[in-house]
Structure formats: C-alpha cells, structure tokens
Design a protein around this ligand. Structure first.
Ligand code: SF4
Length: 494
C-alpha cells in the first residue's frame, strides 16, 4: 500500500511557520509523507494553518476550502483539517460553513492533529476540538525542520500585552515561558545535528522570565547561547520596547554569537497613537533604546514594523512617525496600512481613517524609508563581511553566476560564486562593492570560504531525501530545505 501524503498550507506570522513545522513533524511521526511540491490539494490530508490577523482572512479560508470540496468528492478518504488562529476564533462555525472539513483544532492543541484525523476517519464525523489553554509547550512536539542549517526555537508563546490592534492575546492566550534548560537542550541538539543559526521566537521575547519573576532572564538566555560550542549565529524576534532593558543590550554586545541585528516594532512614532494602541512606551523611550544599541553595537542593523492610519491618527501624529523614522534610521521597515481585525478593540474605534488618506501617508512613509534603507546600505560598501550561504534567497543567482546569503546583521548579500564548491550553511567572506535599497552586492572574488558543519548537514540532508519515518522530538528532520527565513516581526501586525 502506498504511503499517505500530506500538505500543510501556512498563513501568517513566524509562529505559524514554526507551528507548521510541528504539524509536519506530527504527521510524519504518524506515517504520512509530504506530498510533492505543487500538489495543490492532491494529498490525502490537507491542513490549513490559518491566521486571523488579516482582514477578510475568513472569506479567503472559505474560498480555499470551497475549492477543495470537489477534490474531496473525487477522492474518498481525503481529509481536510483547519488549525491556527482563525480556527481558534471561529471554532464550529467552520464545519457549519464547510461541512466537508474533517478536523478543526486550535492554537493550544496542535499535538492532537493525528488523533483527531484518526477519530474523524473512524467515527466518520467532523472533530472540532479547541483547547482554552496550552496543553503542552509546543516545542515538546515532533518537528520537521525546514532548513538544515537555520532553525526557529520557541522560548515563549502567548502575550501579556493588550495592543488594541492585535488579536494575538485573544487567540494565543497569556504568555507562557519555556524552561531555560529545555530551550538550551533543544539548541544543543540542533547544533549537534549541524544547525549553526537559531532564531529565538516569541511574541514578546524580552518579556521572557515574567512567569518566574526574573526580569533579566532573556539576557541570561542570550549569554547562555553564547556558551554553546558550534552555534555561530543567534537572532531573536520580536522584542517589545517596553521590556527592552539595558542588560539585553549588554548581553547582545558582549556575546559574540548574538548577531548585531535588532528587529523592534515601533508601530507609531506618535505618543497619542501609541497610547491609543495601548503600547506603553513613547517615542523618546524608543529612540533612547536605539541610541544605546548603536552606542554598544555601532554596526547593528535595526529594523521595525510600522502601522499607518491607526484610528484617530492625525497628520501631526503621522509626522511624528516620519520624524521617528528619520531619527532612527532603520535599515529596513515593514510598513502596514491599518486594517480592521474583527475582535480587536481598534476595529470598533471611532475615527477610522479614510482609505485614501492612509494610502497617501503610506506612500510617503515608504518613500522615506526606501531612501534611508538605501543610504544605510551604501555605508556598507567597502566593508568585509562573512555571509552565510542561503538557499533560495537569490532568484537570479543561476543567471548571474552569483550566490546569496545573509551578513551577520541579516542584510541580504548577493556575491560572485567562488571557484570552490560552497553549500548552503557554509560561510564566505566577501567585500561589499555595491548597495541597492534591499540588498548588497559583492562583485569581486571571495576573500575566504569556510566549509561548515551546517554545510555538511545540508549536503547530507539533500543527498538522502527521506520522508516519513523516525521523527525526533524537537529535532531537525530530513527533507528539502526551504530558504533561510528573513527575520521579521513576531508580533503579528501584518
Ligand atoms: S502586537 Fe505583539 S506585544 Fe502587542 S499584543 Fe500583539 S503580540 Fe502582544
């Protein structure tokens, strides 16, 4: 009998991307194999890992589910499961609107997926199971890692903040921290498998430790990462300016494998808007943190998330955002036009801003940030940087005889292919010769090539593609690696 196949479709933030790695691991542990790329619904199990953040997310989900209904009729035994934030929010409405769905599960019980699929098959009826709080910290679940050389590591889930535009606290619950020993054990196991870069993941990473009342727990964790032999790059996303304390800056600056990079969501530069967003820092504090980070790490690349057109935002408020952007000189900003998310306090606020006003401000902000990103990138020309080779980051690499990867500060670098054989995960030292707003070029010969254990791991994994058996708890799994993920906001604002 041929093996059953699965497909996981992921929407939303890094939390969901990492949860999908776990869903894949769970399904492979239960004997399923990943359907070939482009299967487009032609799998025995199709799982939707949904996001409730975007407006109209539900319409899109029902549209996608509708497209699968005829496939299901043609393919007896096919199962469809819906999980993630939208499932947590809509619950049994999903099976009412799309009765061909077999399983609905929430953000707190993803470990139940194989059992629920089996139960739905045996009982021949849809299973809807949503837990109100976390059943097990997700990192104890099997994981099918997407990359051989870079990995996400969850340190906390949920969030204790109540930003008025955000649905995360309602759907992911209060912050729950993972034990430091468990985090470090997972990282050590990953490094033993060849991973050399990790990104610590949480909605609000630097609040880590609030569970146990240790305000310095995050900086201690960063320093502990610095003692792990073979771990070359540590990143994290996302910190909240409110909890960004000096000990974190010191730990970043003093721990060599913590990369000179910070993604810290600003959201707005106006104190009035920040107050309405219920974000407890103000412009001055935000800029103060940036100043301290730059003093401690002059080459740090700082990126951010900004929402334009939050309800009540006046032209003056928007100017404060423009001012903050000019002062902060972000290397990159992920800019979003405010859109209502049902279930959030901001969705029902008065003074919603007309679309054309939001659009016009957005264009101005993007133009300013492009200019700054480019100027900041131009400062990199002439610098020598170590680039960790990535897979899938340079779409034109084949045609241009280049390779691509990330510098320590996470800037994307395209560089001339060295004569030696280099693999994703290897490190190539290059000199930057040209800057564009969103990438750098190194057009000369490489200065050095270092073959790494991460490159070996990539090679091994690529040479022996395996699927199905032997999923290890929280460890990387064999398979085709995806591009190295760019670090963006952990707070789901997009
Ligand atoms: S935006 Fe981030 S900090 Fe604010 S409530 Fe959402 S997850 Fe928490």
């Amino acid at each position: 009998m041929s093996e059953k196949t699965y497909e996981v479709r992921t929407y939303g933030c890094q939390m969901n991307v990492h949860d999908s790695e776990r869903l894949s691991g769970l399904l492979e542990g239960a004997g399923y194999v990943r359907a070939p790329e482009g299967a487009d619904g032609d799998a025995d199990v199709v799982v939707f890992n949904t996001c409730a953040v975007r407006e109209n997310a539900d319409n899109k989900l029902y549209g996608n589910l509708g497209r699968l209904a005829p496939m299901k009729t043609k393919r007896p035994g096919m199962q469809i499961a819906v999980g993630g934030c939208l499932a947590q929010k809509d619950r049994d409405t999903i099976v009412k609107k799309a009765p061909w769905v077999d399983v609905v599960f929430g953000t707190h019980n993803i470990g139940k997926l194989p059992v629920l699929l089996e139960r739905a098959r045996v009982q021949e009826e849809a299973q809807v199971e949503i837990a109100e709080s976390l059943e097990a910290f997700p990192s104890t679940l099997p994981t099918r890692r997407e990359s051989a050389y870079a990995a996400w590591v969850s340190i906390s889930v949920g969030c204790n903040n109540t930003c008025t535009f955000c649905i995360v606290p309602a759907l992911r619950g209060k912050e729950k921290d993972r034990r430091t020993g468990d985090i470090l054990a997972e990282i050590e196991a990953l490094v033993a498998e060849g991973v050399s870069e990790i990104t610590l993941l949480g909605q609000n990473v630097n609040a880590y430790g609030s569970d146990i009342g240790d305000r310095e727990a995050f900086s201690k964790l960063l320093r502990a990462c610095g003692t792990i032999e073979g771990l070359e790059r540590v990143r994290f996303t996302s910190p909240h300016p409110r909890d960004f304390t000096d000990d974190v800056i010191a730990a970043m600056a003093e721990t060599p494998n913590v990369m000179p990079q910070l993604h810290m969501p600003l959201q707005s530069g106006s104190d009035t808007v920040l107050k309405a967003m219920r974000r407890s820092y103000r412009q001055e504090r935000f800029l103060g943190i940036i100043e301290k980070v730059r003093a401690a790490m002059p080459h740090a690349a700082i990126s951010t998330d900004i929402i334009v057109g939050f309800p009540g935002e006046t032209e003056e408020d928007f100017e404060q955002t423009m001012h903050t952007v000019r002062e902060a000189r972000f290397a990159q900003a992920f800019t979003f036009q405010y859109s209502k998310r049902p279930g959030t306090p901001a969705a029902t606020m008065e003074n919603q801003i007309p679309k054309e006003v939001v659009q016009e401000r957005y264009v101005r902000l993007v133009a300013l940030q492009e200019e700054i990103s480019w100027e900041e990138n131009k400062k990199q020309v002439g610098r020598t940087v170590d680039v960790m080779v990535a897979e899938g980051e340079g779409r034109k690499d084949g045609a241009t005889h280049r390779l691509s990867g990330r510098a320590p500060d996470n800037r994307l670098v395209h560089f001339t292919k060295p004569d030696q054989d280099v693999r994703p995960g290897d490190v190539v030292t290059v000199e930057i010769t040209y800057a564009a707003p969103h990438h750098l070029l190194a057009e000369g010969p490489s200065k050095a090539v270092r073959r790494t254990r991460a490159g070996d791991a990539w090679e091994q994994r690529t040479a022996q593609p395996q699927q199905g058996a032997g999923v290890l708890l929280g460890l990387p799994k064999i398979g085709v690696p995806e591009p190295l993920p760019a670090v963006t906001g952990g707070c789901s604002v997009q």
